[in-house]
Design a protein around this ligand. Structure first.
Ligand code: GCW
Length: 653
């Protein structure tokens, strides 16, 4: 039930007796303005709407043509004025003012804010049966037992969370579109989806659906789903026009094709531009978008065959299609070339694609990063990605490339697989809320630091003095390094339990078909992806980055084993050998988790009990997990290498 759910970072109201009335210069039937009417008393204690312009807070629509959600907050004689060129901007301005006043820093005004990214999206991997692929916070908020849950209060509550951090697009079903979900494009389901979409829309959020590329066959009864077949094109046109008849402001379709068993254009000997463009043309008349994922690779690899390299796949398939996509088609590219590991290099498609609309894809749900049991605040990792300089041109940072290299700027942005479910606090681990909050804040304002965001979230979520607030924030901001320390030395990913992706299993993927091998033997470890002696993956980067990664001299330590196979005795830039680094980080990881426990315990008296207990239990689990990782990884590499820990700590043999 909605009342019992955590209000997260919207828990606190501004308690300022000077702020008692608000006024809207605009009179309109806009659902977003109605949202503002509903939200104001939830955010500001004792405030009421006034018909007089001299209210404490005034909202006014400016005639600036800007529609991207930018807003300005100024101090006035009576209080504050929020101005924007769009209704969305007024809504964002309202949440912005709420946040700024709770932070208590009024020197910030006038405060102008414009989003750095245009599309700011979350993707659900929710299934109709209520399960969530890679979900760690309970079942779906949209579906239950192959039906629509129909809890509109819940959807509204969720919309507020998203809109308050600037999210403007949401895809509501899993990209692996199973049988029943394939029918979401039919009228019966669309009528239900419309109810959800209307609520999102009243918070400035567009609704998207994932579709199954074979739907013309499975849903439409046609003999083919060939994108070049006229019949198929017409079928999609009809489906889409029906969709828009019911939901006129529908956002568009998200497609995972030719990936991990999902059907796609390859079945018909067609390319991905042909698949995406067929859909893009069908949806164009309605102003809709086709978001096409680049997560395409061969998942039936033979581990014996070293010539194949999964990391190369997306670039090999999509680079040559640069410039071939319709103006309303967008490629969605995962941040790394493999799959949401805690440490990977950047996808080489960034910077290489120069004439294609693009969305960068992150993962908020903690699939490989601790299942929302282990604390892993992901903002530092996302920052690294955004600030990464691809060196294709001068100052070619990913955060700029996304927009600059998209011919249609409004068709560019960032998306992430979201981490929410039916758990009362939405995210399982209370601290995992900081990832959803931080994601929204960071992709709106790419310049915010991880620490700023973590402190902001902590301030909005708890009542703590500055010292205690910094304690919570220190756990968050170091937690990514800690998780990396005990799970992923020098970028060797996938040493986790197959399918589950939680807990250690060093060789779990080593002889499997997924193309994620570490090749540890008695002498050394790592994947050789150099041009000189390996798979040649380094060639996919700009000349400068390629050189950097190709050479052992310049390859950054943290990416070493992604690009090179080296002896255990290889000396890193840090001065340590590879084997000693493995031992040290694994011991350190466990110690850090123990430190987090001590910090958390010290906050027992000042935190509310529910939040305290919630994280406390998870930290106990995290210590156990980190210990398992430490002992299995250390023992594994000790047995392979026969090299003792310099510091003589206990490694099981
Ligand atoms: O990381 C992998 C996950 C799959 C997921 C896939 C994807 C939705 O293990 O569960 O499928 O990525 O991104 O499509």
């Amino acid at each position: 039930m909605f009342e019992t759910r955590d209000l997260c970072w919207l828990t606190k109201k501004v308690q300022n007796p000077g702020i008692s009335t608000w006024y809207m210069t605009e009179e309109s039937e806009s659902p977003i303005l109605k949202t503002i009417v509903r939200e104001m008393p939830l955010l500001f204690e004792g405030i009421s709407q006034s018909q007089e312009p001299d209210a404490s807070i005034t909202f006014s629509l400016s005639n600036k043509a800007e529609t991207n959600g930018s807003y300005l907050i100024e101090k006035t004689m009576h209080g504050y004025r929020v101005t924007s060129g769009s209704y969305e901007g007024l809504l964002y301005g309202m949440y912005g003012l709420h946040r700024l006043l709770l932070a208590g820093d009024t020197t910030l005004f006038p405060y102008e804010s414009r989003p750095d990214q245009n599309i700011r999206m979350v993707d659900h991997w929710d299934n109709y049966d209520g399960s969530i692929e890679r979900g760690y916070a309970g079942n779906s908020i949209f579906y239950h037992n192959n039906s629509f849950r129909g809890d509109m209060e819940l959807v509204m509550q969720y919309s507020r969370l998203l809109a308050s951090v600037g999210i403007n697009a949401v895809s509501i079903n899993n990209v692996n579109v199973h049988k029943l979900e394939s029918f979401f494009i039919k009228e019966e389901a669309i009528t239900e989806i419309k109810k959800i979409a209307e609520i999102f829309s009243s918070y400035g959020i567009k609704t998207f659906l994932s579709i199954n590329f074979a739907a013309p066959i499975t849903v439409g009864g046609l003999a083919t789903a060939d994108p070049l077949s006229m019949e198929v094109g017409n079928w999609w046109k009809e489906v889409i026009s029906n969709l828009y008849r019911i939901i006129p402001d529908f956002g568009g379709l998200l497609v995972k094709a030719d990936s991990e068993g999902e059907p796609g254009p390859f079945t018909y000997g067609r390319n991905h531009d042909e698949g995406a463009n067929m859909l893009a043309r069908a949806i164009k008349p309605f102003g809709g978008l086709i978001i096409w994922r680049c997560f395409v690779y061969d998942c039936t690899q033979d581990w014996r065959d070293r010539s194949l390299d999964r990391a190369r796949a997306a670039y090999d398939i999509f680079k040559d299609l640069d410039g071939c996509f319709e103006e309303n088609a967008i490629l969605q590219i995962k941040n790394g070339p493999i799959d949401f590991q805690i440490r990977e290099p950047i996808s080489p498609l960034f910077g290489a694609l120069k004439k294609t609309n693009q969305i960068l894809e992150f993962q908020i749900t903690q699939e490989y990063t601790g299942h929302q049991k282990d604390i892993c605040y992901l903002v530092p990792m996302w920052k690294e990605v955004l600030d990464f300089d691809t060196r294709h041109r001068d100052n070619d940072l990913v955060k700029h490339i996304i927009k600059e290299n998209s011919p249609n700027k409004s068709c560019s942005g960032i998306a992430a697989v979201v981490n929410v479910g039916m758990d009362y606090n939405w995210t399982g681990n209370k601290l995992a809320q900081a990832n959803l909050y931080g994601y929204g804040r960071l992709i709106w304002n790419n310049e915010l630091s991880s620490q700023e965001i973590s402190e902001e979230w902590t301030r909005l979520s708890f009542d703590l003095n500055d010292g205690d607030l910094r304690k919570v924030s220190s756990i968050l901001t170091t937690s990514r390094d800690t998780y990396e320390d005990y799970t992923c030395p020098l970028s060797v990913g996938f040493m986790c339990k197959p399918s589950l992706h939680y807990g250690p299993d060093v060789d779990g993927y080593e002889y499997d078909k997924w193309g994620t091998y570490h090749y540890a033997d008695r002498d050394g470890v790592g994947r050789d992806r150099t041009m000189a002696t390996g798979t040649g993956f380094t060639r996919q980067y700009s000349e400068e980055r390629c050189k950097e990664y190709e050479s052992l001299e310049t390859c950054p330590d943290e990416l070493l084993l992604f690009f090179h196979h080296v002896p255990y005795t290889h000396v890193l830039h840090s001065g340590k050998t590879v084997i000693q680094h493995i031992y040290d980080t694994h011991f350190k990881g466990v110690e850090k988790v123990k430190e987090y426990q001590a910090i958390w315990d010290s906050l027992k008296e000042v935190l509310d009990e529910k939040a305290y207990e919630n994280v406390k239990t998870r930290l106990i689990q995290q210590e156990k997990n980190a210990t398992d990782w430490r002992d299995q990884v250390n023992t594994y590499f000790y047995r392979k290498s026969g090299i003792e820990d310099e510091r003589g700590r206990r490694i099981f043999d």
